[in-house]
Structures are given as C-alpha cells and as structure tokens.
Design a binder for this molecule. Structure first.
Ligand SMILES: [Zn+2]
Ligand SMILES: [Zn+2]
Length: 259
C-alpha cells in the first residue's frame, strides 16, 4: 500500500498560555505580525479521504472555524496536559452532523485523563447533546486512521511519556525534552520534522530552540519546523532570521504538503 498524499495545517503553534499571553505587554505579545499570534498547539492532517486532528486544546473550536473544517474523522492525542485536551467537548458539532461518535486515539495515560475530565461523556445514562466518543487505546504499535497509517514515537516530557507521530514523510513531536535512541530510529528518513521549541533558556520539560535545532541536525532531517512556542522565544521574524534556511518557526495557518 502506498502512503497517501497529505496536507498538514498548523492550527496552533503556541505554548500552554498561547501568544499573546493574557495581561502581557512585552514586545512579542504586542507585535502586530500575524505570525506572533499563536493559539495552543495542534495540527490538522488531511488525505483525500481522511481528516484528523492531533490534540484538541482550549482553542479547538476557534481553530475548526478559522480553517473552515467541515468534516473530522478522528482525534489523536499526544499526552494528557490541559493545553492539548481542553477543547474536546466541542467535537459535539461533528457528532451532530454525522450522527456518529468521534473516533479518539489515546494512550492509557491520556485515556485516564479523558475519563476524568470529560466524565459526563462516559456515564451510563447520557444526557442528550454531550460529546460522543469512540475511544481507542493506542500504545507504540502503528495504527491506521481511515487511509492514513500512523507510527507512534515515544518521547519524554520531563517524566511524562508523550506520543509523537510519524505520518509517512512527516513527523510531529510536541512537548518533549528527551528522545531515547531507539525512538530516534523511527524518525530518521522523515523529510520534515516538527519539534517543540519553547524558548532559548533551558526548561525542565521542553526543548529549547538550540536543542530542537541540534536534534533536527543529529537526525539528518532536511526540514525542521518548531512549534509550542512561548512569547519568551522572541518575535517570529527576529528569531527566524537567526536560523538557517532549512529550520523554520511554524506559525498558525502554515500548510505543508507531502506527496
Ligand atoms: Zn503543551
Ligand atoms: Zn505538555
């Protein structure tokens, strides 16, 4: 089976508080450059037949409206932090139009959080209008959503295991500060790699920009894109001007095509 052509859209590229951050008047938060407006991190992955989203953060509803997404087949989760889960309730709109539960793929740690945070969606007596979920537990085994084969990659977010995902030539990793050697092998050969790059200063659970750049180099990936960006990183244009041509900051609305 050949891998389907994919279109990737960055729905959000910001860290947990988004950019601008509430109440902040720094030169990044007050920038008028659209690329300095970052919703919480998520991507839309589309083949001709299948549309899925990686994570449903607090901005999920607005991200679906902004990109005019009319159809969604599945949600795939990286890890249980609130900035990656909080918007799940809004899949109700898709339930309403399709009259079907939304397929959700999550590892057991994330599943636990979903059952706790969205307890009402899992109760025996269901109130009409609540989100309907078809929960599929994943581990490190490859799985397929519609016609899109996906390989999970285990990465570490301080002590929390997080799933990155390889979609053919494209690999998406967010919320990591460490990758074991065996998992690095799964990334090698990708044409493009997305990594989280929070800021320039060291952080306990996120790669810095420098760490993300050297990971792309170490794995010999042609194109590196950085996401989950904090206002502390600096303005998009300034930061990017210091990077080599094959390393780019992702921004909300960026589209990548893989044939
Ligand atoms: Zn996060
Ligand atoms: Zn996180």
């Amino acid at each position: 089976m050949s891998y389907p052509a994919l279109t990737i859209t960055f729905l959000g590229t910001g860290t947990s508080g988004g950019v601008p951050m509430i109440g902040c008047s720094c030169h990044v938060c007050t920038s008028t450059d659209k690329k300095d407006k970052r919703l919480r991190s998520s991507i839309l992955v589309r083949s001709a037949k299948t549309t899925l989203v990686v994570d449903t953060g607090p901005d999920f509803r607005y991200q679906m409206l902004r990109q005019n997404v009319k159809h969604l087949d599945a949600v795939v989760f990286t890890h249980p932090h609130k900035d990656h889960l909080a918007g799940l309730d809004d899949i109700r709109a898709f339930n309403f139009f399709t009259k079907r539960p939304m397929k959700v793929y999550a590892d057991s740690l994330t599943e636990e959080a979903l059952r706790r945070d969205f307890y009402y969606a899992f109760s025996d007596t269901k109130y009409p209008g609540i989100p309907e979920l078809d929960l599929n537990t994943i581990d490190l085994e490859p799985f397929v959503v519609g016609d899109i084969p996906i390989t999970p990659i285990l990465v570490w977010h301080m002590k929390m295991p997080v799933l990155g995902f390889r979609f053919g030539k494209f690999t998406y990793i967010t919320d990591a500060n460490r990758i074991d050697d065996a998992e690095k092998e799964k990334i090698k050969g990708s044409e493009a790699l997305v990594l989280n790059a929070l800021r320039k200063q060291k952080h306990i659970s996120h790669f810095t920009l420098e760490e993300a750049v050297s990971m792309v180099q170490e794995l010999k990936i042609n194109k590196g894109y950085f996401t989950h960006i904090s206002h502390q990183l600096g303005r998009h244009e300034e930061v990017e001007s210091d990077l080599s041509e094959n390393m780019r900051l992702a921004y909300d609305g960026l589209v990548l095509e893989f044939s």
